[in-house]
Design a protein around this ligand. Structure first.
Ligand SMILES: *Cc1c(COP(=O)(O)O)cnc(C)c1O
Length: 355
């Protein structure tokens, strides 16, 4: 494994008050970069001052979008240590996304070392106020200077980081979600299971439409029948119906969220039944109308857990749990964030110390 070269900035930026910045607007002083060339593999892993890339206007990513990314966080514990949460899951998922998009695989150990090293170099950027963390964004894209459509032969893998507070300025308060019936995010056989920029580009229009009506996110239906619930914009979704937690199964169009996976493990350890299966919109609306939908929430790394207070579909509004955070939602949030920030024991061995 090639050693990571480190070039520190001579002009460190002043640290900011994370409670006053939006999500992903302020970046730490350094970035990780590594180059790829077909035949040669990955080379020159380095940590350098945060700066723009030089790429050709013909770079393949700007035209045909071979781009994938990950999202994870470094958490400051009460003792002042810094830890990652299940980073191996992000590394494996990055390679799954890469395979789908014909981008090169990354050596798992190399990526783990890069993640730890960028956090070590910018450790002063890991905030310590409650609910804050250093968001880590690994990403990869093709840079070939050629407009012919082909598999990328030249790529950049990079990691940037940014201190973040709570994803939603309102904190863990219920959000309003609009169920989208026209646009779709993904289909089986498509790229829904991969974390790629293109999925997001195609989601923006529905997001804009929902935002104009005061909704925080879109809840997607399946792309074929528009009948089954899939997931929210960048988060998975869970429903507590009749004492059981139901979440859409991973059938190729839903992203395999690490928060989702972790909540399922926690729920099972509490002996709360969890069902991973298709859930139709009809079944959901029926559960709401008969008062059996007790709570529901979205989950993902950025916001951890967002209780859903209102669902809207076809000009009808459905209020969930009196627009209040449900007890199980709160209990899950406290348990998962407790493990992540090191204020609770980690019985699953999910955290990985960095410092
Ligand atoms: C990243 C992402 C999620 C959440 O995954 P986590 O690993 O829990 O952060 C869910 N859906 C989509 C579309 C995503 O991109």
């Amino acid at each position: 494994m090639e050693k990571i070269r480190i070039e520190k900035t001579t002009a460190p930026k002043p640290k900011c008050d994370v409670s006053k910045i939006g999500f992903g607007t302020v970046f730490s002083d350094h970035m990780f970069i590594m180059d790829y060339e077909k035949g040669k593999g990955w080379f020159d892993p380095r940590i350098v001052p945060f700066a723009p890339f030089m790429i050709s206007p013909a770079a393949i990513v700007l035209h045909y979008a071979p781009e994938i990314f990950e999202g994870m966080k470094a958490y400051r514990t009460p003792e002042g240590r810094v830890q990652l949460f299940r980073p191996i899951e992000n590394i494996k998922r990055m390679n799954i996304s890469a395979e789908r998009m014909c981008l090169p695989q990354i050596d798992e150990e190399m990526m783990m070392e890069a993640l730890k090293e960028i956090v070590r170099v910018d450790q002063d950027w890991v905030p310590s106020e409650p609910e804050t963390s250093l968001y880590i964004r690994p990403f990869m894209f093709g840079t070939d200077e050629q407009l012919g459509i082909h598999t990328p032969h030249h790529c950049i893998f990079s990691i940037i980081t940014c201190p973040v507070g709570s994803y939603f300025p309102e904190g863990i308060n219920p959000v309003r979600i609009a169920i989208e019936k026209d646009d779709v995010r993904a289909v089986k056989g498509g790229t829904g299971f991969a974390k790629c920029g293109g999925n997001y580009a195609a989601s923006l229009r529905a997001g804009e439409k929902a935002a104009a009506q005061g909704y925080a996110q879109v809840l997607w239906l399946d792309g074929v029948e528009r009948k089954y619930i899939e997931e929210a914009g960048g988060m998975n979704v869970m429903f507590k119906i009749d004492g059981k937690v139901v979440t859409p199964a991973l059938l190729g169009s839903v992203l395999d969220g690490i928060t989702r996976k972790s909540l399922i493990a926690i729920l099972k350890s509490w002996e709360i039944p969890v069902e991973e299966r298709p859930i139709s919109l009809d079944e959901l609306l029926e559960a709401i109308n008969t008062g059996r939908l007790e709570e529901c929430w979205c989950c993902g790394t950025a916001a951890v857990i967002s209780p859903i207070g209102e669902l809207a579909f076809d000009n009808k509004k459905y209020i969930i749990n009196d627009f209040k955070t449900g007890p199980l939602t709160k209990k899950l949030y406290d348990e998962l964030t407790g493990i992540q920030w090191g204020t609770r024991p980690d019985p699953f061995g999910w955290t990985v110390p960095v410092i």
